[in-house]
Design a protein around this ligand. Structure first.
Ligand SMILES: [Zn+2]
Ligand SMILES: [Zn+2]
Length: 253
């Protein structure tokens, strides 16, 4: 499978990157299946650099904070008002209540909201599912709202995306043995961070080391922090290949 970083700025878009958005592609039944993970502020524009937005097969939302989902409003417009007519519905996975939250974000009546454009489905923690070529499992993240970490497997390779999470064994366990751990790193170690919200660079590195993951990619670094300093924190505890996500970066696994 192939992971493309569309947007990786933490908590809000920065001058060089939209907020969270990742494109995951894999061959499937003679074509390329395209899954978009999160669609934060500004990401829908950038997504069009990497794929025809109408060639996307499904969207998975880790949680409903604006920096992970608000550009679904733009995607809704692009699908509904296309000059050749509305595009057919695609599945959108997310927390319970995703359809209503997105309807409210756009100012639509809750019924139908965006249900003519998207087929909303809820993540179920602990239950293995299938999305095109991917076996998908999710774990509850530690965050102030319902949030999930996601694990995708395809032809023996595995990608784990933490979404937003504070420290929790559920996410650490999900990451165990992953070929690539795409981990948020929002806070710095050694300062008084709010609890149950985000990981530090060091904690991301500790989860990678503990789970013996083959590659760690740090993401969701807020624009007010230096990504290289975040990487140094993770590097102090994880000795495997380590990158900091940048817009346009591609990882084959
Ligand atoms: Zn976030
Ligand atoms: Zn969040």
């Amino acid at each position: 499978m192939r992971l493309t970083v569309v947007g990786c700025a933490g908590s809000f878009p920065g001058p060089d990157s939209p907020a969270s958005c990742y494109l995951v592609e894999a061959p499937y039944e003679g074509w390329t299946y395209r899954l978009v993970l999160d669609l934060g502020n500004g990401a829908f524009g950038a997504l069009q650099r990497y794929t025809d937005p109408y060639a996307v097969d499904a969207v998975g939302l880790s949680h409903l904070h604006a920096d992970h989902c608000v550009d679904m409003c733009s995607y809704y417009v692009a699908r509904k008002y296309h000059p050749d007519g509305p595009r057919s519905r695609i599945p959108v996975y997310g927390p319970f209540g995703t359809a209503d939250r997105l309807a409210m974000a756009y100012g639509l009546p809750l019924d139908p909201g965006m249900r003519d454009e998207f087929e909303f489905r809820a993540w179920v923690a602990g239950e293995a599912g299938r999305l095109g070529p991917f076996a998908v499992s999710v774990a509850p993240a530690c965050h102030p709202v319902e949030a999930y970490a996601l694990r995708l497997e395809h032809e023996g390779r595995s990608l784990v995306y933490t979404g937003d999470t504070g420290p929790t064994d559920a996410v650490a366990d999900l990451a165990r043995g992953a070929d690539l751990l795409l981990s948020e790193a929002t806070f710095h170690d050694g300062v008084d961070n709010p609890p149950d919200l985000h990981l530090t660079g060091r904690q991301a590195g500790e989860y990678a080391a503990r789970g013996e993951v083959r590659r760690l990619v740090l993401t969701h670094v807020p624009p007010w922090y230096d990504p290289d300093e975040m990487a140094a924190e993770a590097r102090s505890v994880y000795s495997g290949p380590l990158d900091v996500a940048r817009p346009g970066a591609v990882f084959e696994l």
